[in-house]
Design a protein around this ligand. Structure first.
Ligand code: PLP
Ligand code: COI
Length: 352
């Protein structure tokens, strides 16, 4: 490890108060966090310290102009006690892609990776070992510099916190195909993991939840004719034996789970098409029985089968298959992530 990191440990761990058999998603936090401050044109030495509130001026630009981005990753333990990450440098690259779009300074990959690994070493006892649970990692960067002038801040922070977590969705997932609101537009920030993208989803998602759905499936902002992605995951649609997912673009997050699933599926001889898929095609397939499966793919959601969807006041149920692609692919990806199988792709990274 080449990065200098200051470490200030907790006097007393909180881990004994955590019920690892009943973990909600993302709401119990490990003992430590990593904070790295960008000031006077450079990143300072990262500090690992107890997880605690941070102090910011009410004039900090994050509050006024939403200059904020984040990532979502997971750490796993294998049966030998190794701590494992999945394609972590891809998260760092995407964080920097988001940073560029939001005029936040680039974080050097060595600082990100060394800081993350040091944090995971210190809090490794927080990594759950029960099936379906993992340590969710939330790196984020935001404007901590002050000013009401609507322009980029002069100070930023990278913070990495971790949360031992269970499943993102409790139970079956029902989605609503959106016909009015849009998550992102051409030339906008949809491809970035900008906090504001999620805030903008809350209202339409709340309306969908009131109607009994869990998430919105976003359609293109221009015509609402094409399926894009869901609130926190990319979408795969199986028509007969072909798995289809929309190509990524300006408006869609380039999901790491999505691209991994595409590779794994192809290697399992599942026919995959990366192409635009229209709502009409999905409805027609649902009506004539060709629509076999839909599932979401994302770090938090892993692979979440969709039990049914709503479109224009009508509900469509998906069939329950004996051996759905979603199960095959979920097992394949989680086995790689947790070292239950070989990793021919070189995606797994052992924390040293
Ligand atoms: N799409 C959105 C909007 C997301 O928030 C996420 C989650 O990160 C994804 C897709 C899936 O991306 P990944 O697989 O990299 O977690
Ligand atoms: C993730 O899957 O890691 C995400 O960032 C989605 C988030 C909105 C929970």
């Amino acid at each position: 490890m080449s990065t200098e990191i200051k470490i200030n440990r907790v006097a007393q761990s909180r881990i004994d108060s955590v019920d690892f058999d009943n973990l909600p998603f993302g709401s119990v936090y490990s003992d430590h966090m990593l904070v790295c401050t960008y000031k006077n044109g450079k990143w300072e030495t990262p500090v690992i310290s107890p997880f605690e509130p941070i102090s910011l001026s009410p004039a900090a630009k994050i509050f006024h102009y939403g200059q904020s981005i984040f990532e979502g990753m997971k750490a796993y333990k294998d049966t030998e006690g190794n701590t494992l990450l999945f394609r972590p440098t891809d998260n760092c690259a995407r964080l920097n892609k988001s940073a560029e779009r939001l005029v936040i300074p680039q974080i050097p990959e060595a600082v990100f990776m060394d800081g993350l690994q040091a944090l995971l070493k210190i809090d490794e006892a927080w990594i759950p070992t029960n099936v379906g649970s993992s340590l969710y990692i939330r790196p984020f960067m935001f404007a901590s510099g002050n000013g009401f002038h609507a322009s980029p801040a002069d100070e930023y922070k990278l913070i990495i916190c971790t949360a031992p977590s269970g499943a993102y969705f409790a139970g079956k997932v029902k989605v609503l195909i959106e016909t009015k609101y849009a998550r992102a537009a051409n030339g906008g920030v949809g491809f970035a993991k900008a906090g504001g993208n999620y805030a903008a989803q809350f209202y339409p998602t709340q309306l969908a939840i009131e109607k009994g759905y869990n998430q919105v499936i976003w359609t293109d902002d221009n015509t609402h004719e094409y399926i894009e992605e869901a609130g926190a995951m990319n979408i795969f649609i199986r028509i007969n034996d072909t798995l289809i997912t929309s190509p990524t673009n300006d408006r869609i997050l380039d999901g790491i789970t999505r691209k991994s699933i595409i590779e794994i599926a192809k290697d399992k001889n599942i026919k995959v098409e990366v192409r635009k898929v229209s709502v009409t095609e999905v409805i027609t397939a649902a009506e004539n029985g060709d629509l076999k499966e839909m599932f979401g793919a994302g770090t938090a959601a892993v692979i979440s089968p969709i039990a049914g969807f709503g479109y224009q006041d009508k509900d469509y149920d998906l069939p329950e298959l004996e051996q759905p692609f979603a199960s095959t692919l979920k097992t394949a990806i989680t086995d790689i992530q947790t070292n239950k199988t070989a990793d021919p792709y070189g995606w797994r990274v052992v924390v040293k």
